[in-house]
Design a protein around this ligand. Structure first.
Ligand SMILES: O=C(O)c1ccccc1N[C@@H]1O[C@H](COP(=O)(O)O)[C@@H](O)[C@H]1O
Length: 220
């Protein structure tokens, strides 16, 4: 896992085409009705077909039950399930065994104590995603808030720790985030939008270009 880029919350064929042409490695489809990026099953099915063979397809889920996972898997046939809620270790094992998909588990980071979950969740995940903890305000989404966390916390990690980084990334800060944290993969949603849920082609291209340049500078 080296030098990977995920564009999350894609919901139109046009912006999907831009992300694929610009070289995104992962495309995320949100299946979380409270999100402005939520895609219906038919819409997700069509987008997934468009992305097949060109990028890894990821379904974003939040504390989803088996029925919700099953319908998303049937429609999208994703390579990865991104679990962005409070899924326990037992629930992650159950989902992995039941649905046979690779797992991206998101872990919210706000302070040093939050790093304690990295070993156990990392062992259960094919990719561990380190994201900002959501704000405590009512109605805040569990992710996709465009808020970064203090990346300096991650400088305390063993340099061999592999993780995907997200939370408030943009084309302006992704190079610094990669340089400072050593992230081998980055994930963005709000930072490539002109408004919540509205992906902006120019911002997608600029983000991928900036991340690629930062990885190249590190020889990745
Ligand atoms: O994008 C969403 O709407 C979303 C909803 C619920 C949970 C996670 C969500 N997105 C993920 O959140 C992070 C950070 O996103 P942002 O770049 O700060 O907007 C990212 O991993 C998205 O996949």
């Amino acid at each position: 896992m080296d030098g990977l880029i995920k564009i999350c919350g894609i919901s139109t064929p046009e912006t999907l085409d831009v992300a694929l042409s610009a070289g995104a490695d992962f495309i995320g489809f949100a299946r979380f009705p409270k999100s402005p990026r939520h895609v219906g099953l038919d819409q997700a099915r069509a987008l997934s077909r468009q992305a097949a063979g060109r990028a890894q397809r990821v379904v974003l889920l939040v504390d989803a039950d088996d029925a919700a996972i099953a319908e998303a898997v049937e429609a999208i046939d994703p390579e990865f399930l991104q679990l962005h809620g409070h899924e326990t270790e037992d629930r992650i094992r159950e989902i992995r065994d039941r649905f046979g998909r690779q797992i991206i588990k998101a872990l919210g980071i706000a302070e040093e104590a939050d790093l304690a979950g990295i070993a156990s969740y990392g062992a259960l995940s094919d990719l561990l995603l380190l994201d900002a903890k959501p704000p405590r305000t009512s109605g805040a989404l569990p992710g996709g808030n465009g808020l970064p966390f203090d990346w300096r916390l991650l400088t305390k990690l063993d340099p061999d720790t592999a993780f995907m980084l997200s939370g408030g990334l943009t084309s302006d800060n992704v190079a610094e985030a990669i340089r400072l944290t050593g992230a081998k993969a980055v994930d963005v949603s709000s930072g490539v939008e002109s408004a919540p849920g509205i992906k902006d082609p120019a911002r997608i291209e600029a983000f991928i270009k900036a991340a690629r340049a930062a990885y190249a500078a590190k020889g990745q």
